[in-house]
Each structure stands twice: as C-alpha cells, then as structure tokens.
Design a protein around this ligand. Structure first.
Ligand code: NAP
Length: 475
C-alpha cells in the first residue's frame, strides 16, 4: 500500500477536521485515535476523501503507514495526555521523525518537550492552531515553533491547509521551541479581551438601553460593515438573532450567564505578570469570567445591594450614543491588542525568539477566532515600525485612539453611573490614560516605600539624596 506523507493522532473535534483538510489538499494521511472505534467511524464518514486516508488501529501500524522521515501531528487533549502519547509513540519512531503537538499546550511544556528530544535524533514542533472546528476543516491560522529546519520540512503541507487572506497563507514559523504555543496563548488572551468587551457593550445595550437581543444583533450587524468588521462581531450578530427552539425566546436570553475557561487566558495574564508587562484588559477579561462563574454569590449580593437607580444620559440622541459605543469598542480593542503585542515583545526578548510582530498580525488576519480587518491595519503598522514600543503610538493607531478615546470615556462614565460592569472597557481606558500621562503618581508610591522601608528613590532633578526628610515613624 502507498505510504502516507503525514500522520495525525487524535480524531476529536479538531483532529478529525484537520485530517480531512489535509486529505482534501491532496496529501495522503495516516490517522490513529486512542479509542479505535472512533478511527473506524472517521474513515467510514470521510466520503470521497477516504481514498487519501489510512485508518490505523495500533500505534505500530500507524507509524509503519507513514513514509520516513515522518511528520506526525498530535491533536489531543493538552497536558499529561500529550506526554503519554509521545511516550507510546517514541519507541516506533526513527531518526528525523517530527512530533508536532498541535493542541493548546502551555508553552513551558513545549519548551520542556522540545529540550527532552533535542539529542534523540527526533524533532519536536509546538504548533498553535486557531479557528475552531470550522478553521481546522477549511483553513486555520497556524503558529509554528521549533527549529527552522523542521519548519521547512512541514511548510508545504501546513501552507496548503492554512487559511488565506487575499491569497496570503496564514501560517508562519515564529521562532524556536515554545514560540508558536506562546503566540497562540497570547492570541487566546486577546480573544478573551475581545469577547469580554463585546459582551460589556451588549450589557450596556441590554441593561442600559433596554434593547432586545435581536435589536442588539442588528446593531452588531451594522458595525460589522464598518471599522469593527470581524469574525467575533459577525458571530455575535448571529447568536443574538437565534431563537431557542424550546421556548421561542431569543437563545441568548435562556443561556446561563456563566462562562468557563480552559487556561490560555489565565496563562497570558500569568506570563504578562512574570515579565512585568501591563495586560490589564486581558486580566479584566479573565477576572470577568471568574466572576461570571460565581453566579450564586452574585445573586445573593444583588439581594443585599439591589441595582443602582438609572442615570439618564444628558444627551438623549440614541444614534449618537450608538456611534459612541462603536467607537468605544474600537478604542478599547486597540488597547487590548497593544497589550497583547507588548507581552509578545517582552517574551521575544526573555526567551530569545525574535518574534516577528508584522508576521504574527499577518497570520491572524484570517482563519483564527480574532480574525478581522483591524488585524490588516495592525500588520501595516508593524510592517512600517516592527520595533515600535507600543502599537498605540504608531501613526495609524494614535490617530484612531485620538478619534475614539472621547467615546470610550463617555461610555465608561455612563456604565459607571448606572452600575453596569465594564471591567475590560474601563481597564482599557485607564491603561491608555496611564500610558499617555508623562507625569504619573508613582512619586508618592516611591516616597511611601522610602518612608516605611527605606527603599530610597530617584529624584527628577538628579540630586543625590537617597532618603526623604520623613521625621518620626519613618524607617
Ligand atoms: P476533543 O474533541 O475533546 O478530542 C480529544 C482527543 O484527545 C480525542 O481524540 C481523545 O481520544 C484524545 N485523547 C484524550 N486523552 C488522551 C490520552 N490520554 N491519550 C491519547 N489521546 C487522548 O478535543 P479537541 O477540541 O479536538 O481539542 C484537541 C486539542 O486542540 C486540545 O489541546 C484543544 O485545547 C486544542 N484546540 C481546540 C480548539 C477547539 O475549538 N475545540 C481550538 C484550538 C485548539 P479518545 O477518542 O480516545 O477519547
């Protein structure tokens, strides 16, 4: 039997769609799944593509079915399962075979796995895949980390299956060992912020303006034709207009207001904190999900405090307020993306990856969950200034922020006065206000630290006077 060019382990939601995508692009692929019945079912349902697929019942049979040197994609549950699967696979592999972990791994695990295989003759690639089920089937955004040599070997097949933005493939090699999974993690952190901000605007429209789900869907549909054009706004419109077949009510109105999370958002925040980068909008989004999950506590607190009385807007022009909400979302989104890219810039230095910012923005323009027109503008901004300190200060984005920050201010004020929670929008505004103010307030913090801990401080005038004249009670 003709051997396969590539193998894939894990026929869950992502793996099965990725395997069909690979087969459809004319590649012969061997597949294996821990539970063999799933492999049989998968091949039986593959239709015309089954001719390009070799279903294997054992790991040995699977490895034997692939032509060496073998690229093998592992698309299974992240964590220990990947180590277990790699251990089962290794005895059957030969020199130059490549194991490609395509799940949502913690990039620190990826570095560990990469290092462990370094001198074994085998190669490891950590590959972030975004786009969910649909992306995996028809074109995901793919973020690759590993050696450049191993990337060159898998580049043709990954290019063939990736999403395309104006014919430009949304796949790239981003750096050594954990670079691909790190960038995927930050992608997800930004995704958390994006989703949270859209949900906060939905909250203002629902609870502040009293709009129905479908009317809010219309607003999002309108915005999707403009500056906010993006996959997340597009699906928000669709979700808001869907009807529950059981009750006939809008679907969103019968869904519990409690969102789960798997880890990538939290990892983004932890790594940002580790590197001393302010990623406040992403932090707010992760905290927002945590608070959302504490539903019983929230219901109990509402009984104690009630909700604040409504404060009407001074200007009752509804259309103007909708325009403000659209601009506010854009302004806050800029801050969230600026933070995500700042985290990646810091990691690039800390881990020696030389992460290519314009390339990252470029491969996020299609295929992934945060895909948008906006990312094309980020690509242009970073292409002109790849080493800029912060996206916000590039000419294109500083103009956008100047045009929209007033709206964000009005929207956050309205939400605060009405007790509508907007943690991501307000933290984005505070981030911008802190970032653009030359004279901040940490002079007082320096003085306090010197008072109680004799930590010393720096002076504006450079005079060498290490401690303040604090008098009694000071350290
Ligand atoms: P899924 O549908 O739940 O499938 C999980 C797969 O992992 C199954 O094939 C399962 O095999 C296998 N598996 C679980 N434990 C295993 C073990 N100990 N040893 C070997 N195989 C094991 O998951 P999924 O949504 O496809 O996600 C796969 C990976 O992609 C995860 O890392 C996920 O975070 C990531 N990812 C998911 C999405 C998404 O939108 N779903 C998007 C991007 C990335 P059995 O059939 O034998 O149980």
């Amino acid at each position: 039997m003709q051997k396969a060019e590539i193998g894939l382990i894990g026929l869950g939601v992502m793996g099965s769609n990725l395997a069909l995508n690979i087969a459809e692009k004319g590649n012969r692929i061997a597949v294996f799944n821990r539970t063999p019945a799933r492999t049989q079912e998968f091949v039986a349902e593959a239709g015309a593509l089954a001719g390009n697929i070799i279903g294997c019942a054992t790991v040995e049979e699977f490895v034997e079915a692939i032509r060496p040197p073998r690229p093998i994609i592992i698309m299974i549950k992240a964590g220990d399962a990947v180590d277990q699967q790699m251990d089962l696979l290794k005895p059957y592999l030969s020199a130059n075979d490549i194991m490609i972990d395509a799940g949502n791994a913690n990039f620190r695990d990826t570095i560990r796995r990469f290092d462990a295989l370094k001198d074994s003759g085998l190669t490891f690639i950590g590959m972030g895949v975004s786009g969910g089920e649909e992306g995996a089937r028809h074109g995901p955004s793919i973020m690759v980390g590993g050696t450049e040599e191993s990337w060159k070997r898998v580049e043709p097949v990954l290019t063939s299956i990736s999403a395309k933005f104006n014919d430009d493939p949304c796949v790239a090699w981003l750096g050594n060992d954990g670079a691909g999974h790190f960038v995927k993690t930050i992608h997800n952190g930004i995704e958390y912020a994006d989703m949270q901000m859209i949900a906060e605007i939905y909250g203002i429209l629902r609870d502040g303006l009293g709009m129905s789900a479908s009317a809010i869907g219309d607003v999002f549909g309108q915005w999707n034709t403009g500056r906010l054009n993006s996959y997340l706004i597009e699906i928000s419109e669709k979700v808001l207009k869907a009807t529950d077949p059981v009750t006939g009510k809008p679907m969103v109105d019968v869904i519990l207001d409690s969102a789960g999370q798997k880890g990538t958002g939290k990892w983004s925040v932890i790594e940002a904190q580790n590197m001393g980068v302010a990623a406040t909008a992403i932090e707010a989004a992760v905290a927002g999900r945590v608070l959302s999950s504490q539903r019983q506590e929230r219901l109990a607190a509402e009984k104690i405090f009630g909700l604040p009385p409504k404060v009407e807007r001074k200007n009752h022009d509804g259309m103007a307020f909708l325009a403000d909400l659209e601009s506010a979302l854009l302004a806050a989104k800029i801050a969230a993306y600026a933070q995500g890219f700042a985290v990646m810039a810091a990691a690039s230095k800390d881990f020696g990856w030389s992460l290519p910012m314009p390339t990252i923005a470029r491969i996020w323009r299609a295929g992934c969950i945060i895909r948008s027109q906006f990312l094309d503008e980020i690509t242009s901004a970073f292409t002109k200034e790849p080493d800029v300190a912060n996206l916000i200060v590039t000419p294109a984005f500083s103009k956008m922020v100047k045009d929209t920050d007033g709206a964000l201010r009005r929207v956050v004020s309205y939400a605060a006065l009405n007790g509508l929670p907007v943690p991501a929008l307000s933290s984005a505004l505070s981030y911008f206000d802190s970032y653009r103010r030359g004279r901040g307030t940490a002079n007082l913090i320096q003085a306090q630290r010197d008072f109680f801990g004799a930590h010393g401080f720096e002076r504006l005038d450079g005079v060498d006077r290490p401690h303040g004249p604090w008098g009694s009670g000071a350290a």
